[in-house]
Ligand binder design. Structure first.
Ligand code: HEC
Length: 160
């Protein structure tokens, strides 16, 4: 028993040498969703607080990101999150994908899937009230409709 604990302790110490890369890609304000849409500050703050750590190139890492394997777990979420939707480079997406992503965003917030529960636990500012949720959803809805109108795009087919 003592031996197993010792092995676990050594393993825990060893993995601390494998720290994650916490450098963010260079900022590109001219491509950033909140900047190009000139989002009202109060709504922009909610989106920054709730989504930008994983869905932008402006990720802020908490102190426990220095603790492995927690850091690996966070880094994985950030990489996955950016792949799905990166607000920092939003303008690089074709209009159709932009509109589609914004419709997904509304759905994710509506059904409580985003922000991730594990994130909200450590980030009370990302725990939205019902009114805040509606504020964000209505805003994304407006921008989505705007994009569809100016590019003549039909609404997404409804999922079952
Ligand atoms: C802790 C990191 C994290 C935060 C914070 C976060 N997301 Fe995500 N998001 C992810 C990950 C990881 C995925 C990909 C895997 C998945 O779908 O669960 C994802 C996927 C998504 C997708 C694509 C879902 C799909 O499969 O259709 C959307 C849209 C999305 N997030 C929106 C948001 C919005 C909006 C917020 C803020 C209200 C937010 N996310 C906050 C990590 C995060």
């Amino acid at each position: 028993m003592k031996k197993i604990l010792l092995i676990l302790l050594v393993a825990f110490i060893l993995i601390q040498f494998f720290q994650i890369d916490k450098n963010n890609p260079a900022p590109t304000p001219q491509l950033d969703f909140l900047k190009i849409k000139d989002t009202p500050e109060s709504t922009a703050n909610l989106i920054r607080n709730g989504c930008y750590d994983c869905h932008s190139n402006e990720s802020k890492y908490p102190w426990y990101a220095n603790l492995q394997p927690v850091g690996w777990f966070l880094k994985d979420h950030i990489e996955e999150g950016r792949k799905e939707l990166n607000f920092s480079t939003f303008a690089t997406n074709p209009a159709k994908r932009q509109a589609h992503k914004l419709s997904e965003v509304q759905e994710m917030i509506e059904n409580g899937k985003m922000p991730l529960d594990s994130y909200v636990l450590g980030h009370p500012e990302a725990k939205f009230s019902a009114a805040q949720k509606q504020e964000i959803i209505q805003y994304f809805k407006l921008i989505e409709a705007d994009i569809r109108r100016s590019h003549n795009l039909p609404p997404d087919a409804k999922k079952k």
